[in-house]
Design a protein. Structure first.
Length: 615
């Protein structure tokens, strides 16, 4: 099949794109058919205010001003539900404090109405990294999905606006919204904070602090210079990867991901989001629903965008769970095969020195999408919030001389040190690999790992917590070649926290000339960096995977280029070893963790998305 490029020429789709997409369609056929049938049956019902009892409707609209209440009851009315993740702790979500009133006013001006349907919890991994709260982080995604469902369960909405940006929040919102797949849904980003202390300098100071070369006061000043205002963090971690994915899937406005909060353009895009959603809701067409938009092709587009931009490894879990919520089955082999064909077009920290503001200034998402379409690496024939065709997302938003929102063609990159064409890519592949061997399967992101560091064969240092590894580092026990093995970190063990606090320690050892790698059944960070990190190891410790047989000093071969992950242990001895069993943790029920025992008990395997809600 062929698709049109942004220049209008016929572009053949890449054979790997076609192969993987076909495989996903066939694998998902039964589940997807059931899901779309459910969406169709739900969409066929009359509007909520026409279908429900008078008392139900009166309750739903009681707090509205009289004129808005009458408008919501009109036969062809449009009532939009707003689901918000606002809180004051997440800098990325702080701008949403001001959104509800703005969105309500905008809806009324367009002859529609809007109500805040509900809020969802939103936790900051930057606050909880390395501490107990991080054990709630991954499962907060399921709570957010459930909270989204509770908000929309009032069933009086003709469409929904989603206000969320960060790590687990966007995947959870998508998973929850897909339970209402008959509705049009549009995501409204809040944008990144302006650039402060560079991510490269911040990382350097963290390593020096780990080595005792920088005081706590100096460290705190540096961190505050990096995280200094409203908006997302400026590195390319999971939060900003979320925004990239939503654009690549056509679920938010073109070029809207990385416009800073508080700007005139940001406000114009927010108001346009209400107009677009009201128009979709009025159309009441099946193609305008989120259940139709999140298709096999759009999921492949999301995977390609992730690989081409060097995005977060967390999405080898989140995208799997999001897809399952729409009846679509994707797996790590799909990621790996696409990665071999998709070139790396962006260099944003930790894959480079630029931040997301630099990426946006270079042309950002519209240029990235345009280049990938031109290379035949995206499906153009998808439904989006702007209608059919992903070419609609190759334009950038600007304000014209009258201060009104306008759109201009993306054009070429304005800074090829940050964003390039496929013909002049930074790397011929997307840098995400699947490692396999007698230790199981793991994911490794190599786009930020120098070639000389991609093969590590070294003795294992085996621990059951990042605190234990940090203590051994502080005692000077790790000044040698090693593979740090941190086990008991999977979803059914302790909720699969990120282990990002290990990055400065291991990075410091690597900079001292040692061969260093990480192996864990837990997660790293969405900003996985220069250390080869084999993460999400499956089967994990709780499933009695091979990692439970590892012992201190075992020689481990971790080869990122050849996809090898092996323990070089005599096979007879390997089979005879007793499995390691983690000791009970005295405080595992403290700080809210006890409430999540049900999630840990029922979590799906990591490769299946690690959700307790979707099998």
């Amino acid at each position: 099949m062929k698709e049109e490029s942004s220049a209008g020429d016929a572009v053949p789709r890449h054979p790997v794109l076609e192969k993987v997409t076909h495989r996903i369609i066939e694998r998902s056929r039964t589940r997807r058919t059931v899901y779309l049938g459910l969406c169709a049956r739900t969409a066929a019902r009359p509007r909520g205010v026409q279908r429900m009892g008078c008392a139900n409707v009166a309750h739903a609209l009681a707090a509205m001003p009289v004129n808005e209440r009458l408008a919501a009851l009109a036969p062809k009315a449009v009532n939009l539900g707003v689901v918000t993740a606002y809180n004051d702790v997440l800098s990325a979500h702080k701008p949403y404090e001001r959104y509800p009133e703005m969105l309500r006013r905008a809806a009324v001006e367009m002859g529609a109405t809007a109500q805040v349907a509900g809020g969802v919890p939103a936790m900051c991994d930057g606050v909880t990294q390395g501490f107990e709260g991080m054990e709630l982080s991954l499962f907060s995604r399921d709570v957010i999905a459930m909270s989204t469902a509770v908000a929309l369960s009032h069933d009086v909405f003709d469409g929904a606006l989603m206000l969320g940006v960060c790590d687990k929040i966007v995947p959870g919102l998508v998973m929850g919204a897909l339970q209402f797949g008959h509705l049009p849904v549009l995501f409204v980003p809040a944008g990144p904070m302006t650039s402060g202390l560079s991510n490269v300098e911040k990382s350097s100071i963290r390593q020096r602090y780990a080595l005792g070369e920088v005081s706590r006061d100096a460290m705190l000043q540096a961190e505050q210079a990096a995280y200094h205002g409203e908006g997302t963090c400026t590195f390319y971690g999971t939060a900003n990867s979320n925004q990239m994915l939503l654009e690549a899937m056509g679920l938010q406005l073109p070029g809207s991901s990385f416009v800073n909060p508080g700007t005139a353009l940001r406000r114009a895009l927010d108001l346009e989001a209400v107009r677009v959603l009201a128009r979709l809701a009025r159309s009441r067409s099946s193609g305008s629903s989120i259940g139709s938009m999140v298709s096999e092709r759009s999921m492949v587009n999301a995977m390609v965008g992730l690989l081409a931009s060097g995005g977060s490894t967390n999405h080898t879990i989140h995208l799997v769970a999001m897809a399952r919520a729409a009846g679509i089955l994707i797996d790590w082999d799909d990621f790996a095969e696409l990665s071999g064909a998709v070139p790396l077009l962006a260099k944003v920290y930790p894959n480079g020195s630029a931040d997301v503001n630099d990426f946006h200034a270079a042309g950002g998402m519209p240029v990235l999408i345009s280049e990938l379409l031109h290379a035949g690496l995206l499906h153009e024939d998808v439904e989006t919030v702007l209608g059919s065709g992903l070419k609609r997302f190759t334009v950038s938003p600007v304000l014209n001389d009258a201060g009104e929102l306008a759109w201009q063609p993306a054009g070429a990159s304005r800074d090829t040190s940050v964003l390039r064409s496929a013909e002049h890519a930074f790397s011929p592949d997307g840098g995400l690999r699947v490692l396999a061997g007698n230790l199981g399967r793991a994911v490794v992101k190599v786009s930020a790992v120098k070639p000389e560091h991609r093969l590590v064969t070294a003795p294992a240092v085996v621990v059951s917590s990042q605190e234990e590894l940090a203590a051994r580092f502080a005692r000077g026990e790790l000044r040698r070649d090693l593979v740090a093995v941190v086990r008991g970190q999977g979803p059914r063990s302790n909720g699969m926290p990120e282990l990002h606090k290990l990055t400065p320690l291991l990075g410091a050892l690597q900079d001292q000339g040692f061969k260093v790698a990480l192996l864990t059944d837990g997660r790293m960070s969405g900003a996985s960096g220069k250390i080869p990190a084999a993460i999400h190891l499956s089967p994990d410790s709780a499933a009695a995977g091979p990692i439970v047989r590892l012992r201190e000093g075992d020689l481990i071969e971790l080869d990122c280029d050849r996809g090898i992950l092996n323990a070089r242990v005599d096979s007879a001895e390997w089979r005879s070893r007793e499995a390691w069993v983690p000791a009970p943790r005295e405080s595992e029920d403290s700080l809210g963790r006890g409430l999540f025992a049900l999630f840990r008990e029922h979590a799906a395997p990591t490769e299946a998305g690690a959700s307790a809600l979707l099998s």
